[in-house]
Write a protein that binds this ligand. Structure first.
Ligand code: SF4
Length: 237
């Protein structure tokens, strides 16, 4: 584990050297806003999920108002983010569950440990470990690194963990994660995965991690550079 933490620190330094320290919101977003934005972001790009989130925020004064509309109407409003039926159902379930507790707020999770907060959030249908851990990192500023498809692929290729699923990768990676670097590590790794370490043709000659990466199938042929994809939804809620 100590060895892994040293490697995580090294990778973080190399990523910061290439991409810089990622920008963050000056004020932490509301945890419920952040959770709904993360549900909208599943299986789509950050621009489309941001549009869907803005559609909701401009149309409704509060989440209370969303409880009063039909699921099919909600589906139409968030259509641009895709998977409208599934996402509208998850949002409806979440709001109904919170309403039953007596308050449309997730502020109560601020008092919970990381494990307890993830356990509580994943009880809502449609909220998995990745979505829950995004709330912890982006809304509660916990030192937790969410694992999406890019983080899963890159940390396994680099050799930081050796796991088959994103959820298993999450638990291995976050066992005693080095202090204060989760946001920078997570955000820069997503950028690495989108722009350099792509699923089928990683651009290894251009990669800042090349000298510490253990991936045996490195692609050492030049690949034309991808455009930069800096916009990160969850830092803009
Ligand atoms: S060296 Fe290649 S495989 Fe390793 S992280 Fe970089 S792009 Fe991915």
């Amino acid at each position: 584990m100590q060895k892994n933490n040293i490697l995580i620190g090294k990778v973080n330094d190399l990523l910061v050297k290439r991409f810089g320290i990622p920008a963050r919101n000056n004020n932490l977003p509301d945890p419920l806003d952040l959770l709904i934005a993360t549900i909208l972001s599943q299986n789509t790009n950050d621009n489309n999920s941001f549009k869907a989130f803005q559609n909701l925020k401009t149309r409704f004064k509060s989440w209370e108002d969303v409880i009063g509309i039909k699921r099919s109407e909600l589906e139409k409003i968030i259509k641009v983010a895709g998977l409208g039926k599934q996402k509208s159902q998850s949002i409806k379930n979440l709001l109904a569950g919170l309403s039953e507790r007596g308050e449309l707020s997730l502020r109560f999770i601020e008092k919970l440990s990381d494990e307890e907060a993830i356990g509580t959030l994943t009880k809502f249908k449609g909220v998995g470990v990745k979505t829950a851990s995004c709330v912890l990192l982006f809304a509660l500023d916990r030192n937790v690194c969410p694992v999406d498809t890019h983080v899963h692929r890159t940390v396994n290729r680099i050799g930081i963990v050796s796991e088959r699923t994103p959820d298993k990768t999450f638990y291995s990676l976050n066992e005693r994660f080095p202090k204060n670097i989760a946001h920078s590590f997570h955000t820069n790794l997503i950028r690495l995965g989108r722009e350099v370490c792509k699923p089928s043709k990683p651009n290894c000659p251009e990669c800042p991690i090349l000298k510490v990466c253990a991936f045996i199938d490195k692609n050492l042929n030049k690949v034309s550079k991808s455009s930069e994809k800096k916009f990160m939804l969850l830092d803009n809620i």
